[in-house]
Design a protein. Structure first.
Length: 320
């Protein structure tokens, strides 16, 4: 009888171990698949570019001169030079390093006050989105807008700060909003480090530039670009969590990133829930279910074995 019970225990334990290994495989294997998929995607993109034919010989879809030579060259992982200096809205000299305290990320954009329309739309839309984000400017992260116009005056930067601070409707966050002006060499250095390409259109007396926000870690490392003019609060929240390396947010946020549930789609500028994450979550739930389901059984078998040992001890004949 005892031998049969031991066999049953062995089979149950072996089955549990096999199921746990399968669950763990579901956590690890998708990562390798994702890496392979990424590599394949990059190869396809490269081949498409290398083999691209000129399908617009008449130049009907040619980019206007205002849009040429502008854009963003993503430099993820690059470090910002903290020694670059600018002037804040109070005309005080500040080092970029002063904006990074080692605990809070920075949301950076390049604008200028005399921009006819684009900058206003970009900053207004982001400010409105930030109103619906749990994290607060000045408390959880810093907001920095650097003027690409070297001739911009301090009072204009101050007006911009007051405008968007009022729109944000949280006056206590004032110290977290930074509208900076600076010399052309420092502007050029910072934009180059961020991969931000723009140019001045002399005929129209304006700067042509792309709308983009750059998320920078508390240590000054570029971690994310958010393109376009439409910003969803959930996207901003997740981007801030990512840029802070888990220093902002509840444990559930950190768990989501630990499982790789969200991925950033560069084409849409949004974080999306990966279908493959269901496998990872399923693996975790399986392990939890095994622990809670088999623990009572193992405890019961231990009691039965202990009781059987007592019976055998009592029934064992004594020798003269």
């Amino acid at each position: 009888m005892t031998h049969r019970i031991q066999q049953l225990d062995f089979i149950t334990t072996a089955t549990a171990i096999a199921m746990a290994i399968a669950a763990l495989s579901g956590l690890c294997f998708p990562t390798a698949v994702a890496a392979i998929q990424t590599t394949d995607s990059e190869l396809v993109t490269t081949n498409a570019v290398d083999g691209k034919l000129d399908d617009d010989p008449l130049g009907l879809r040619k980019t206007p001169v205002e849009g040429q030579d502008i854009g963003v060259d993503a430099k993820l992982g690059a470090m910002i030079d903290g020694n670059l200096t600018f002037y804040d809205s109070q005309n005080q000299l500040v080092r970029i390093a002063d904006l990074f305290d080692g605990t809070r990320p920075v949301m950076l954009s390049f604008n200028y006050t005399d921009c006819p329309r684009l900058c206003s739309v970009q900053l207004t839309n982001m400010t409105m989105a930030l109103r619906d984000v749990d994290f607060e400017v000045g408390k959880d992260f810093e907001f920095v807008s650097v003027s690409i116009d070297p001739n911009e005056q301090t009072f204009r930067a101050r007006e911009s700060k007051e405008k968007y601070l009022h729109l944000y409707n949280r006056p206590e966050s004032s110290l977290g909003w930074h509208f900076l002006t600076g010399e052309i060499k420092n502007i050029a250095n910072l934009t180059n480090q961020c991969g931000f390409r723009y140019k001045y259109i002399r005929e129209q007396k304006l700067y042509s530039h792309p709308p983009v926000f750059i998320l920078i870690s508390p240590q000054g490392k570029i971690v994310r670009y958010i393109h376009g003019l439409n910003y969803e609060p959930d996207t901003i929240r997740l981007a801030l969590i990512e840029s802070a390396a888990g220093k902002i947010g509840s444990p559930i946020n950190i768990l989501s990133y630990g499982l790789g549930c969200f991925s950033f789609n560069e084409s849409t500028g949004k974080y999306t829930f990966q279908a493959i994450a269901i496998m990872r979550i399923g693996g975790v739930l399986t392990i939890i279910a095994l622990l809670f389901g088999l623990a009572p059984y193992w405890f019961y078998r231990r009691q039965v074995n202990s009781h059987q040992d007592e019976i055998n001890s009592v029934a064992k004949p004594t020798t003269a």
